[in-house]
Design a binder for this molecule. Structure first.
Ligand code: ADP
Ligand code: ZN
Length: 724
């Protein structure tokens, strides 16, 4: 018996693949990318064929049991290898991240048919009217699903099969969407800057070459309309488009616009789908029944056999980075996927990430700017209120209260933006507004309540909480942050009779809660919408004319080197919600740091001004995008063990570091130092050389795993976004 050997990746936490023999009968159906059922230890698991190392028979190999449906295309296999390599994550687990859970584990859904066999059939061989009736029916329809054969007994069916006239077959069913009569909406006539953007992007698409565009358009500049036109330009090429959005639940309006333009040829991969529905959508995309797939992060793996365009909307959003398992950044994977499939990638934002703007400046991405809002609606006026000079009794300054009252009188809507809920682990001086900083790292120190200590989570600096502020000598040092609830109660008291709604992840849990709330705002049933950052994002509310940022300082002082960037983005995006209709908009920011560059530049809508100052700071400290960063985190139920493991990792890195242009920060307790009973320590490695970082991370991980086995969990996060 000749046996082929297949190299198979299985979903286990080890970066290696395994050899299996392929029984003869499976050889015709197996290929690289095939999903297979294999024995693994005492279990049976779904693996993926990654190669065929040769036909030399090795003793003792186990056999592939079954070839399942839904193979991965060569392009997606290439992407899986890239991700596994780049994010230092086992290949088998990387592949599992790419495919919907119900694929490969469940069998392909099939229907049984009775199918006419080729050849001249002798009617004289048939007995009785039922049999001849069925044969005639078959000649007419070629194949009949079993559910339509109710009028015929199994003996009748069997008779035709035994005489070689028909056979019973199983066919995979592709779910075909109901084709309701669909009339696309009328696309608006594009503004000149939109025309220019569409021309550059679709020109490159037509040429079929890979390119990344950074589409930098102010809020309300009509970027979505640009995406729609570029996708329409793919019609007739057989190529699909992927549109990534930060969070699908927050974008019902955007989905509506795609549906109105492209009808049933849009697949929406939202988190409310069941596993089976998700698998069905996946197959629909692979079968070419879909032109556009829209979804969050994981839609970047939508299996279009031919891909023309990948859009990453609001590319600066943190939610594109997966925070567990395979810690991929969907924006970066989108770029790589486009490259592998010769597609165009469009990164769209009003406030591009430092990374993307840096790449555009370096000539890696093509830069397309839309500087004007559609119909030249003005950008809203932004003013800053220094809360240190305001009455302390209320979280709302009198000027903001007055502005809300004006809106109520005119029947216009207000958005009041609060920062991260209840984050109070930063200490701030109530007099000068400065947070207590690390002397080495230029990030805020984190207050650890239980130990009454301030710690830096980049380096190992720590200190007792000071009695006085080091900047102004004030004695009013206190934790920062106001809870949403308090802010809501006060609003109710200040604006009696106003219809107030709150939107944050507590108040809007559940599948349709966001939709319903957004719908109420849209219909003018809400006067004041209060909420965390999620209200700042992407929505188009024409009747909103006022945006107030209640506590801009919270974001500014997070212990994260990106805190200024995040604040600039948040304020600019929030400002973008004001004045999208006919009435002009106004933005009011309350802060203790009125001079901070992230606020100053958002006041004048000056992205370049902000970028200039921010990149200088990043360059000075060697933070991304100037250098690359890898985070190594260790976790253990025992604090001592976690601390020891962090030291082992640190020592290994220090030993290997000599002579390398690389910075090690930490280890230090993570800002949120205990999560689900596990103590966490982290360190950051910074270098301009990816190879160096990767070698250090792999070696540090190995050193900890060798010493502590499974008493400690080591997590390597390449290009980390979450430093909490
Ligand atoms: P962005 O995504 O850049 O914030 P949108 O694409 O949401 O902007 O566009 C803002 C608003 O302007 C939307 O209501 C959209 O329908 C409308 N719009 C976009 N382009 C045009 C155009 N060329 N003419 C008229 N209205 C437009
Ligand atoms: Zn420090």
């Amino acid at each position: 018996m000749s046996l082929t050997i297949a190299d198979i990746a299985v979903p286990i936490n080890q970066n290696k693949t395994f050899h299996y023999t392929v029984p003869d009968e499976l050889i015709p159906s197996i290929a690289v990318g095939a999903r297979v059922l294999v024995p693994f230890g005492a279990r049976r698991v779904t693996g993926t064929v990654v190669g065929f190392p040769g036909t030399a028979v090795k003793e003792g190999l186990k056999k592939v049991l079954e070839v399942l449906g839904d193979p991965l295309s060569p392009d997606l296999m290439k992407l899986a290898h890239w991700m596994s390599d780049y994010y230092l994550h086992p290949l088998g687990l990387s592949i599992e991240t790419m495919v919907p859970r119900a694929l490969g584990t469940a069998k392909v859904r099939t229907r049984r048919f009775l199918q006419l066999l080729e050849g001249d059939h002798d009617v004289n061989m048939i007995r009785g009217p039922k049999q001849s009736e069925l044969l005639f029916l078959l000649c007419d329809r070629q194949a009949i699903p079993f559910e339509d054969l109710g009028a015929y007994s199994s003996a009748t069916i069997k008779a035709l099969v035994e005489r070689g006239m028909a056979e019973i077959v199983e066919k995979a069913v592709e779910k075909i969407p109901e084709q309701t009569a669909f009339v696309p909406d009328q696309a608006p006539e594009l503004m000149p800057e939109q025309v220019e953007a569409v021309r550059s992007i679709s020109g490159t698409m037509t040429a079929g070459s890979f390119e990344v565009f950074l589409l930098h358009g102010v809020t309300g500049s009509g970027k979505t309309e640009v995406y729609l036109h570029c996708i329409a330009a793919l019609a007739g090429t057989g190529k699909g488009a992927i549109v990534l959005v930060p969070e699908i639940a927050l974008t019902p309006q955007l989905l509506g616009r795609f549906r109105k333009r492209f009808g049933g040829r849009v697949a929406v991969l939202h988190s409310g789908l069941t596993d089976r529905e998700r698998a069905d959508e996946y197959r629909r995309i692979r079968a070419g029944l879909v032109d556009v797939a829209i979804g969050a992060r994981s839609a970047v793996f939508a299996p279009f056999p031919k891909l023309g365009l990948v859009v990453v909307d609001e590319e600066h959003e943190n939610s594109y980075k997966q925070d567990d398992g395979l810690r991929y950044h969907a924006r970066d994977v989108a770029v790589v996927r486009a490259k592998f499939q010769g597609a165009v990638c469009v990164l769209g934002s009003a406030t591009p990430s430092l990374e993307s703007y840096y790449n555009a400046k370096a000539g890696k991405y093509r830069y397309v700017r839309i500087a004007n809002r559609v119909d030249h609606r003005p950008m809203p006026g932004v003013s800053i209120i220094d809360v240190r000079t305001q009455p302390k009794a209320s979280v709302y300054a009198p000027a903001l209260v007055a502005a809300v009252h004006q809106r109520l009188e005119k029947n216009e809507q207000s958005l009041l933006l609060l920062n991260r809920r209840g984050f109070s682990s930063v200490l701030i001086c109530g007099d000068c507004g400065k947070a207590i900083q690390c002397p080495n790292c230029s990030v805020s120190l984190t207050f650890h309540k239980s130990e009454r200590k301030l710690k830096c989570h980049y380096c190992d600096f720590h200190t007792a909480p000071p009695e006085r502020c080091a900047v102004c000598g004030g004695v009013n040092v206190k934790p920062l942050g106001t809870g949403t609830q308090k802010v809501e109660e006060e609003a109710a008291a200040l604006f009696p009779g106003a219809r107030i709604a709150r939107m944050d992840s507590d108040s809007t849990r559940g599948r349709d809660a966001h939709d319903r709330l957004l719908g109420r705002v849209d219909r003018g049933e809400v006067d004041i919408l209060l909420g965390t950052q999620m209200i700042a994002k992407g929505h188009d509310f024409p009747a909103v004319t006022l945006v107030g940022a209640v506590d801009a300082d919270v974001g500014l002082n997070l212990p994260d080197f990106r805190s200024a960037e995040k604040t600039f983005q948040l304020i600019t995006q929030a400002a973008g919600r004001a004045g999208r209709g006919d009435a002009a908009g106004e933005v009011i920011i309350q802060t203790m740091n009125p001079g901070h560059y992230s606020l100053r530049h958002s006041m004048t809508h000056d992205y370049d001004g902000f970028y200039g100052e921010e990149i200088a700071y990043r360059t000075e400290l060697g933070y991304p995008p100037v250098r690359r960063v890898v985070k190594i985190e260790v976790k253990s139920g025992q604090e001592r063990t976690a601390a020891d493991a962090a030291k082992v990792a640190r020592d290994r890195v220090r030993f290997l570091l000599r002579g390398k242009e690389t910075t090690l920060l930490g280890p230090a307790p993570s800002p949120i130092s205990r999560v689900r009973g596990k103590y966490r320590f982290q360190m950051l490695l910074l270098s301009s050389k990816r190879e160096t970082l990767r070698m250090l991370a792999v070696e540090a991980r190995k050193a900890v795993e060798d010493t502590f086995k499974n008493r400690v969990q080591v997590i390597v996060d390449v290009d980390p976004v979450n430093l909490m």
